[in-house]
Design a protein around this ligand. Structure first.
Ligand code: F6P
Length: 326
């Protein structure tokens, strides 16, 4: 089975970028070990602090953020960092070639129940004439990403990565501590009968979401529903067997622009999904064509099987669904 580095070399990935990816993965291996220890690791549970997003912060979030940040700050080729757990951009080295954004622990409310959690990251080329502490290093379009990936800490620890040559899956081999290529070419089937949405938000949905779900219920395809409460787990399932994931805009006052973050959730997941033949939109427009306008910007996210995402996009009437498929 091929090792990560030989796959990246064969894909023509720059040596300095390989080094950055390996540094992120060094942190992921320590996290995987700590998470695997569960209650024994002494890092689960809540601190009394709140993170800058106003959500309750878990100890493991702090550990994950610190670990990834400290390892990347030692890398000469890193210019700036952005993290869900940092209010501002973290400057690293003014001469660095790359800027990196990450969600250190996605789905952290799953930590206490031994559920799926993950680390999501994205890498852009640095902008040479902007300072390392200038947030505009990250004011980019999703299409400018040169690498995107996540590490899923599930029953196995898996890395799913793209550098623009398709989306590949690797599994952490605990016997030697390396990631081995187990899914050389992840491809999302165009059609699906599996959808993923938090149905508890139904009272707040906008018309497009209501119509789409009404059509799903009326369909003869006998849909089934899955919801992990961790985007990383839902996207992983979709990359492996298809489906549609929806965190749409709704009427709740605290999330006027959707809940998920554009920079370190929507952008990397959209690149991974599109590189696997799927689609990712904010309801109407392609996510990768959006430009970040505020560091911790939120965005509605609908992604997965291409035809199903088109069905959502066209959900303007109850008849549209049938017209689309027939
Ligand atoms: O953004 C964090 C996150 O945990 C995602 O991973 C997940 O998809 C979503 O929030 C779950 O939100 P909710 O608790 O509203 O279902």
């Amino acid at each position: 089975m091929k090792r990560l580095v030989s796959v990246l070399k064969a894909d023509g990935v720059d040596h300095s970028l390989i080094t950055i990816i390996r540094t992120i993965l060094a942190a992921s291996k320590e996290l995987s070990f700590r998470i695997g220890q569960g209650e024994l690791s002494g890092v689960l549970g809540s601190t009394l602090d709140e993170n800058i997003q106003g959500e309750q912060q878990k100890k493991l979030d702090v550990v994950a953020n610190q670990l990834i940040k400290e390892l990347l700050m030692d890398e000469a080729d890193v210019k700036s960092l952005a993290s869900e757990e940092e209010e501002f951009v973290v400057p690293v080295n003014g001469q660095g070639k790359y800027v990196i954004a990450f969600d250190p622990l996605d789905g952290s409310s799953n930590t206490d129940i031994n559920g799926q959690i993950g680390t999501i990251f994205t890498i852009f080329p640095a902008i040479s004439d902007l300072a390392a502490n200038d947030w505009r290093q990250f004011s980019r379009k999703g299409s400018e990403q040169i690498c995107a990936g996540y590490i899923l800490y599930g029953s196995a620890t898996m890395l799913v990565l793209t550098t623009g040559n398709g989306t590949r899956g690797y599994t952490l081999d605990l016997t030697h501590g390396g990631y081995l290529l187990t899914h050389p070419e992840l491809t999302i089937p165009a059609q699906t009968n599996e959808f993923s949405i938090n149905m508890a938000n139904q009272p707040y949905w906008l018309e497009q979401t209501k119509l789409y779900i009404d059509n799903v219920h009326a369909s003869e395809n006998s849909y089934s529903m899955r919801w992990n409460a961790a985007m990383v787990g839902d996207v992983h399932r979709i990359l492996l067997r298809g489906g549609i994931f929806l965190y749409p805009q709704d009427k709740r006052a605290q999330y006027p622009q959707g809940k998920l973050r554009l920079l370190y959730e929507a952008f990397p997941m959209a690149m991974l999904v599109e590189q696997a033949g799927g689609k990712a939109i904010d309801g109407n427009k392609t996510i990768l064509e959006q430009r970040l306008s505020v560091l911790h910007q939120r965005i509605p996210v609908i992604l997965g099987s291409a035809s199903e995402v088109d069905v959502f996009k066209c959900s303007k009437s109850h008849r549209k669904y049938y017209t689309f498929y027939n």
